[in-house]
Design a protein around this ligand. Structure first.
Ligand code: CTP
Ligand code: CA
Length: 223
């Protein structure tokens, strides 16, 4: 226990973290996005950096700062941009934590000019984006650790278990919606971790930085 709280315990480890939402352009002035603040991913980046890891933080559009010198930040906007950067960086990583709320769909056609208000109905056709976590699950080499998140509204643990297997994750962090102090925009979170062994770890509602420390403690056991 005390050993895991040692300060430089992650030195020599390279950890990739995705954070925040993605924005999918509709035209030059509009996008489809979501309410992710990026706080959980930035908290994870800070905890990993403080423990001596070399962190690569791939951030969607967020209004947060990552000040720790061990954090190398790469800003992206769309799911496609995030996919390209993450797939390029992953082979060199010890672990990846997929914390971003990646858009599942993007407009099929991106207008080059601002869409005008005509008064008629407007139909936006959406095409599925690539699953970044699943792509890493296919690329994963022995020794690399892959961590995902899940936000479910029903059959939470069963759906998280299906996701863990579909994406070839080592463990998945289930964000509980059953608690008022949890989730998007919030400074606290309530999580359950489900490991590929089937082992389940239930945590209390805590500040996101403390939740991040719990997640990194579990990650540590995989190295
Ligand atoms: N994820 C990803 N790329 C995507 C979609 C999701 O890397 N295009 C990752 C998320 O970062 C998270 C995990 O996959 O770690 C689960 O995301 P979630 O949205 O809960 O699952 P989906 O597979 O997209 O399924 P659904 O939204 O339908 O529940
Ligand atoms: Ca999704």
């Amino acid at each position: 226990e005390a050993y895991f709280q040692g300060k430089e315990i992650l030195s020599g480890k390279k950890i990739l973290i995705t954070a925040g939402p993605t924005y999918e352009k509709i035209d030059p002035v509009r996008f489809i996005g979501n309410y992710s603040s990026g706080k959980m991913g930035f908290a994870l980046a800070e905890v990993c950096a403080e423990r001596g890891a070399d962190v690569t933080l791939i951030a969607g559009p967020v209004s947060l700062q990552a000040l720790h010198p061990n954090i190398k930040r790469i800003d992206v906007e769309s799911a496609e941009e995030m996919y390209n950067v993450v797939v390029d960086k992953f082979p060199n990583m010890s672990a990846a934590i997929m914390c971003a709320a990646v858009a599942d769909y993007a407009p099929e056609i991106r207008d080059e000019a601002k869409i005008k208000r005509t008064g008629d109905d407007l139909l936006l056709r959406l095409k599925p984006n690539k699953d970044i976590a699943a792509a890493l699950g296919r690329m994963k080499k022995t020794g690399q650790v892959l961590v995902g998140f899940a936000l479910e509204t029903n059959d939470e643990e069963e759906n998280a278990w299906i996701k863990l297997n579909r994406k070839n994750l080592d463990f998945i962090v289930l964000n509980s919606l059953q608690d008022k102090g949890a989730g998007f925009k919030c400074d606290t979170n309530k999580i359950t971790i489900i490991e590929k062994s089937g082992n389940k770890l239930v945590f209390e509602t805590k500040a996101k930085k403390e939740v991040a420390a719990d997640i990194v403690d579990v990650l540590n056991m995989y190295f």
